[in-house]
Design a protein. Structure first.
Length: 233
């Protein structure tokens, strides 16, 4: 009995540790998408403004940091956060699977938690999105982007979304729906893990997660939508 308790406790502890890793790395991701979405909206102010901002990213932290230095530090932090987030998700998934399939009298398949399933599927969709997105607008892979210019981010966005009968624009908008769901449930889980939830805060925190998801995903979707409808050209 005592042994079992210790086992359960340490499993609980490691699970909590991984959930904290998910919450903290998720928060880093939220911070990034908030800033990226805000920056993207500068596309509504025109080419000069947008390209000035894109160049400004490389000068971030100047004169203390050299050209692109702070940008590279941010990139490394972001890559680390994505790796840890994915690892913790995978590890928690395996723990849950193990707990489900203990060889007991009869294998009772418990109802899988649908939210957890959507988070995993959504996470994979977002991972694929990020890779395609980097091929599209950061690396300008020929064929993914039809006319990439290293010094003209505005042109890359407008031409990139217009290409292939607006298919990339539609793909981004769909991916942002996935991002919205991931953010909604992710933010909510993060609040729970960080222990902010109790009965008084349940409703406000749900609303806050929903608002965050709508503002971020909606804000991102505005740019491809504006290009589809000729508002940005
Ligand atoms: C409609 C939505 C989006 C648009 C129009 C957009 C646009 C862009 C553009 C133009 C760049 C290249 C900037 C440059 O090199 O100067 C970029 C880079 C990037 N975007 Fe997005 N983005 C969108 C959504 C997202 C989302 C949802 C994520 C993450 C979940 C994301 C993650 C990144 C990353 C990681 C980079 C590379 C930054 C770097 O290392 O330089 N983007 N995006």
């Amino acid at each position: 009995m005592g042994v079992m308790n210790v086992g359960v406790l340490s499993l609980y502890r490691t699970s909590i540790g991984k959930k904290v890793i998910m919450a903290v790395t998720g928060l880093i991701g939220i911070g990034y998408v908030v800033m990226h979405m805000y920056g993207n909206l500068k596309a509504f102010l025109g080419m000069e403004y947008f390209n000035h901002y894109a160049e400004g990213l490389r000068e971030l932290g100047a004169p203390i940091f050299g050209h692109s230095h702070l940008l590279w530090i941010a990139r490394l932090v972001l890559i680390g956060a994505v790796v840890l987030h994915t690892w913790a998700a995978w590890s928690l998934y395996q723990e849950a699977e193990r707990a489900r399939s203990t060889k007991y009298v009869k294998h009772v398949k418990l109802q899988a938690n649908p939210a957890a399933l959507y988070m995993r599927v959504g996470g994979v969709i977002l991972f694929v999105f990020i890779i395609l997105h980097l091929m599209h607008f950061t690396w300008g892979i020929p064929g993914v982007h039809p006319d990439f210019r290293w010094d003209d981010a505005y042109h890359n966005v407008v031409a990139g979304f217009k290409s292939y009968f607006y298919l990339p624009a539609i793909f981004y908008v769909v991916a942002m729906v996935a991002l919205g769901f991931h953010l909604y449930h992710g933010a909510w889980s993060m609040f729970q893990t960080l222990g902010l939830n109790n009965h008084t805060y349940t409703q406000p925190l749900r609303l806050l997660s929903l608002a965050l998801a709508i503002v971020i995903a909606g804000g991102f979707a505005l740019v491809p939508l504006a290009i589809m409808f000729g508002i940005i050209s």
